[in-house]
Structures are given as structure tokens and as C-alpha cells.
Design a protein around this ligand. Structure first.
Ligand SMILES: [Zn+2]
Length: 176
């Protein structure tokens, strides 16, 4: 057996990382983002209503697919886990793992518009159902769009601040 055959014989098939399902039950309140996770862009604590998002998560798991393994497994598991959430169980706030946050956080503003979010401003020590949308400095240079996503509490404290950038992929048209 030469070196290469020996090496190939030893090579194991690549294992896909396995998502570790949470062992805790989901209460009615999920901490979507906030300082408790060490978030750099969310300064308020964003709480999501678990019962409200249940049906959405089922539809979402059927229509969206990601190549990121853990995120995809979390996406499929979410509706099953949310089954256990009831309106009676809001005595505690459930913290979720990173793959679940990767599934849910991009839809934060959609959840807000649907009325499923409650945001705690740590400076006011108060919960709010209404945010002040302060998105600004929209610019499009070439194929890149930049803007600042910023949401404030009604008293003007910053709850979320993020510089966003989107690059547009432009299809080249055939020149005759
Ligand atoms: Zn505030």
C-alpha cells in the first residue's frame, strides 16, 4: 500500500455538523436579540411572541432553504419546538441558540410590523410596542447601496443601529 492509498483508506466521509436541539421548553416570549447575547447592533432587548410566530415558522421552513447546515436544521426544528409554547407560559423569557437567531433575526422588522414584537429599552426601563424608524443616509454608488438602519424608542434612545450594504449583481445584456 503506498502513501496515497493508505491516506484515502483512512479518510472518513465528511460529517455534517449536527444541530443540538434545545433541551428547554419554549415559553411565550423569545429573546430575539439584545445585549444578553452580546449583540453589537441591538441595544434594546427584542422580545418575540412565540405563539404568534409559530405558523410563520412552519411556512418559512417549507419555503426557505439555506446551505448553512446548522441554520437549516434549526429552521426545520423551529416549528416543532414552538408547538410547545402556550400563552400561559409567559412567566419567563426563553433565550434561543445562534442557529435559531440566524433564522429569525433577519425578519425582525417584519415581526415588528405584524405586531409580534415588544422591545425593552434599557435606558427607559420600559417595554414598547412602537419603534421610531430612523433609517437614513441612503446612497447608491455604482452597484452598491448603503444605508443606516436605526430604530429608536419613543424617547429617542437607540435600540438598533446597523450600517447596511447591498451589492447589486447586474446581468450583462448581450450587445448585438
Ligand atoms: Zn428609551
Amino acid at each position: 500500500m503506498n502513501f496515497l492509498t493508505k491516506w484515502f483508506a483512512k479518510a472518513k466521509p465528511v460529517e455534517t455538523p449536527q444541530y443540538e436541539k434545545p433541551t428547554i421548553d419554549c415559553s411565550n416570549l423569545i429573546l430575539l436579540s439584545g445585549p444578553a447575547y452580546g449583540d453589537k447592533t441591538f441595544f434594546g432587548s427584542f422580545l418575540l411572541n412565540a405563539v404568534s410566530v409559530r405558523e410563520w415558522s412552519l411556512e418559512h421552513s417549507k419555503s426557505v432553504w439555506s446551505t448553512a447546515n446548522l441554520e437549516q436544521q434549526a429552521r426545520v426544528f423551529l416549528p416543532i419546538w414552538l408547538e410547545g409554547a402556550t400563552y400561559d407560559s409567559d412567566s419567563y423569557i426563553t433565550l434561543i441558540d445562534l442557529p435559531m437567531r440566524q433564522v429569525l433575526v433577519p425578519y425582525t422588522y417584519d415581526f415588528y410590523l405584524k405586531g409580534w414584537l415588544s422591545v425593552y429599552c434599557h435606558q427607559c426601563s420600559k417595554f414598547y410596542d412602537t419603534l421610531v424608524d430612523n433609517d437614513h443616509s441612503h446612497q447608491k454608488v455604482g452597484h452598491t447601496s448603503n444605508w443606516t438602519e436605526e430604530w429608536l424608542c419613543p424617547s429617542g434612545h437607540i435600540l438598533h443601529h446597523k450600517e447596511q450594504e447591498v451589492r447589486w449583481i447586474v446581468r450583462k445584456t448581450k450587445q448585438d
